[in-house]
Design a protein around this ligand. Structure first.
Ligand SMILES: Nc1ncnc2c1ncn2[C@@H]1O[C@H](COP(=O)(O)OP(=O)(O)OP(=O)(O)O)[C@@H](O)[C@H]1O
Length: 716
């Protein structure tokens, strides 16, 4: 009853104490029929817990017989194992006793070991003597027995000892058995004894000495590993366990790749609940995983593409539309194989257009020539220029798509974003278009001088700007950017480009810095470091799906073993893709033998890069003051002039010269004296700033801001 309402009875002064939920039943139950004595006996026989289950029915008897036979067959082996365990436990017990272990530990804990040393020594000596006496006495008894009864006495003694040891070493139901801590490797004993798990958490410093865990679910074998869910003590956070996964793996004596730690969130979970799963053996070994799309005739590019399996063998799919992907690793770790997986998904959709550029120049991507709208293979200057031209064409295409989309009515285009229907409508001409570049560093590092819109730059930097624009603006109009690189360092992949690549996949890299460059700032401190992957684990990497794509689940990132597709499989997918395009009439560009460049407005492209997003970091990020005003005031002159007098800046910005110099100093931009010509042409020494210093400060701030942005995004 709602507490806020006042019942009528309360008004009249009566008190209703209880309200019962009840159901009105019309039918009166029939009386139970009378049972005969025999039936009552059978009833009792079948229900009594005292009668063994095997005597209750023929089926149960059969089961009991099979169980008994199995027990008999296994009995000798179990007996031997129990004797072994008993022997180990007995030796361990004796050793602890003879070394006065408990007394010694107590003294150690109260830091009085030195005081008690003599006492402990005496006790140890005494216990050794007792041991010696017992051994001698037992030997004497045995000798007498042997003299009187012959060899039988020896066998009887051995048998009795074995039985005693077996009883001592037996494994009781629900009990942990004997802990194998005498010596030898630490093992997964926690699966039998939760106390071991608690100790491991303490050893890994995830809980305090006096704290304990609460088992939400007991350890159970799940798939090819053990799973357990625990609650941490009230003040501890599950997120910290994720961060210190390797410490916990060490405490549990397993390889960190074998240990999966996940938070339990949402319903049934909270910030202190952790799910642990420990694989029985290396989960990333074994035969390569067959790529499911090898058996598909067709695939819808809008669907998440099968990418691989995690340690628990769960399939991990990758959503590509709306996002972009960067794959990074050292050579020969499976980068090309990994990038061909999303490519295959896109190839099997005939309404998808592909721009495929292979900086390596091998035959890895050759088969895709048959379906690609634009295809470039190689690292020569000519090819780098072709990549640039195709990207310029695509940037122009993005602009054209935006303007065409703004003319569409709300019914067709409700959110000024591409929809599956728009992407398949050939009249609208906006298919999902993927730019896939393998060994992208080849093009990004191209040093050839280039003049873009009057500014001097390099071909590599221009390609980076074009890609940044495409990855930033393109997703809304159906552009997907997939980049693979074997040089995931900060100089090769500029931060402005990295910041806009949504999904990241890092196979093995050289060190944690490279791993963070691919996966995002501080990912190593959150337990994701691709430099710790094993060299033998080809195709295994850490996938950090785009936060906005719905494939990430709760975890920020997941270690995935990618599906494997050999060259023959890849070729057959490309052939199928071509056949599908021919049937749908969508074969175009290079694949259709048409490599003519489209007519484009290059000036508009340059303008888009400058104002939109690509041109420079300055346009990308909100710089702090007064740097932002300085950049704004100088505009293009920031690149053209060498030196700017302080007076000019303080006058234009209408700021106090002292404060201005201090604020610029805080941004590591200090004024210097420099000779510049005055209006009469004479050289004059003035205080001011070199534009190179201002540009460097801008670069630094942009890097800082984009990495902070990434870190913040990570925390969300
Ligand atoms: N998912 C996978 N499962 C099993 N083996 C794989 C997997 N992916 C790649 N490999 C193996 O790893 C080898 C290297 O793969 P790949 O050529 O893709 O590496 P790469 O990083 O692109 O090399 P490079 O830097 O030379 O281009 C392949 O020959 C393949 O046998």
């Amino acid at each position: 009853m709602n507490e806020n309402t006042t019942p009528a009875s309360a008004v009249t002064g009566e008190v209703e104490r209880h309200i019962f939920d009840a159901e009105l039943i019309d039918e009166v139950p029939e009386p139970e029929p009378q049972l005969t004595r025999g039936q009552r006996f059978m009833n009792w026989w079948l229900r009594s817990p005292r009668v063994p289950a095997g005597l209750k029915s023929r089926r149960a008897a059969k089961h009991a017989l099979v169980d008994a036979l199995a027990f008999l067959i296994r009995a000798p082996w179990r007996f031997i194992r129990s004797v072994g365990r008993g022997l180990v436990a007995a030796v361990r017990g004796w050793r602890q006793w003879v070394r006065v272990h408990d007394y010694r530990e107590a003294a150690e804990q109260s830091e009085k070991l030195a005081d008690k040393f003599v006492e402990i020594r005496e006790l140890t000596l005494f216990r050794w003597k007792v041991t010696g006496a017992v051994v001698l006495a037992a030997g004497a008894v045995l000798a007498v027995g042997c003299a009187v009864y012959g060899g039988r006495a020896m066998w009887a003694a051995l048998g009795l000892t074995a039985i005693a040891l077996a009883v001592y070493g037996r494994r009781k139901d629900g009990a942990p058995g004997r802990k194998p801590v005498l010596a030898g490797p630490r093992t997964l004993t926690w699966t039998m004894d939760p106390q071991m798990l608690v100790d491991a958490f303490r050893d890994a410093k995830l809980i305090g000495k006096d704290e304990s865990l609460r088992l939400v679910e007991r350890a159970a074998h799940d798939g090819s590993g053990w799973a357990v869910t625990v609650d941490l003590p009230a003040t501890r956070k599950a997120a910290d366990v994720l961060k210190r996964r390797d410490a916990l793996a060490s405490a549990l004596a397993v390889d960190e790749l074998q240990l999966i730690v996940e938070r339990v969130r949402g319903r049934g979970g909270h910030a202190g609940r952790v799910f642990l799963w420990v694989a029985d053996e290396d989960p990333y070994s074994g035969p390569a995983l067959r790529f499911p799309l090898l058996d598909m005739e067709y695939w819808d590019a809008w669907r998440a593409i099968p990418f691989g399996r995690d340690a628990r063998s769960r399939r991990i799919d990758l959503q590509l539309v709306w996002t972009s992907l960067i794959v990074g690793s050292i050579p020969r770790q499976g980068k090309t194989c990994a990038s061909r997986l999303p490519a295959a998904g896109l190839i099997l959709d005939p309404f998808t257009q592909l721009y495929i550029f292979d900086g390596k120049g091998g035959k890895d991507w050759q088969a895709a020539e048959a379906v690609a709208h634009r295809y470039v293979c190689g690292d020569e200057q000519e090819q780098a220029e072709a990549v640039r031209d195709h990207l310029v064409e695509l940037v122009a295409e993005v602009q054209a798509r935006f303007s065409r989309m703004s003319a569409l009515d709300d019914e067709i285009c409700p959110e000024s974003k591409i929809t599956p229907a728009i992407s398949r409508d050939r009249e609208l001409g906006m298919p999902i278009t993927a730019v896939i570049i393998d060994e992208v560093q080849v093009y990004l590092e191209n040093p050839a001088k280039e003049e873009v819109g009057g500014k001097k730059t390099t071909l590599g930097a221009y390609i980076a700007d074009l890609l940044t624009y495409l990855a930033r603006k393109g997703p809304a109009v159906g552009i997907v950017v997939v980049l693979a690189t074997q040089r995931p360092d900060s100089t090769t992949i500029p931060s402005r480009l990295r910041a806009v690549l949504g999904s990241r996949f890092a196979l093995r890299v050289m060190d944690w810095r490279d791993s963070n460059i691919v996966l995002g700032e501080q990912m190593n401190t959150r337990g994701f470091d691709a430099s710790t992957l094993l060299p033998s684990h080809k195709g295994v990497g850490i996938l950090r799906p785009d936060g906005e794509a719905e494939s990430g689940g709760d975890a920020v990132a997941v270690t995935v073993r990618t599906f494997y597709m050999d060259n023959a499989g890849w070729r057959s997918i490309c052939e199928r893709g071509r056949a599908l395009r021919e049937a749908a009439g969508t074969l175009s560009g290079h694949a259709a033998g048409d490599d003519r460049p489209r007519a484009i407005d290059r000036a508009a492209v340059v303008k888009a890069l400058g104002t939109g997003s690509g041109g420079s970091d300055r346009a990308l990020v909100d710089l702090p003051e007064p740097l932002a005003s300085v950049v704004d005031h100088l505009g293009d002159e920031l690149d053209q002039r060498e030196f700017v007098p302080s007076a000019e800046l303080t006058e234009a910005l209408e700021v106090d010269p002292g404060t201005f110099a201090k604020q610029m100093g805080q941004l590591e931009c200090r004024p210097t004296r420099h000779r510049i010509p005055d209006h009469t042409g004479d050289l004059r020494r003035v205080r001011g700033y070199f534009t190179a210093d201002i540009r460097a400060a801008v670069e630094r701030m942009s890097d800082e801001i984009s990495s902070n942005g990434e870190a913040e995004a990570d925390q969300e």
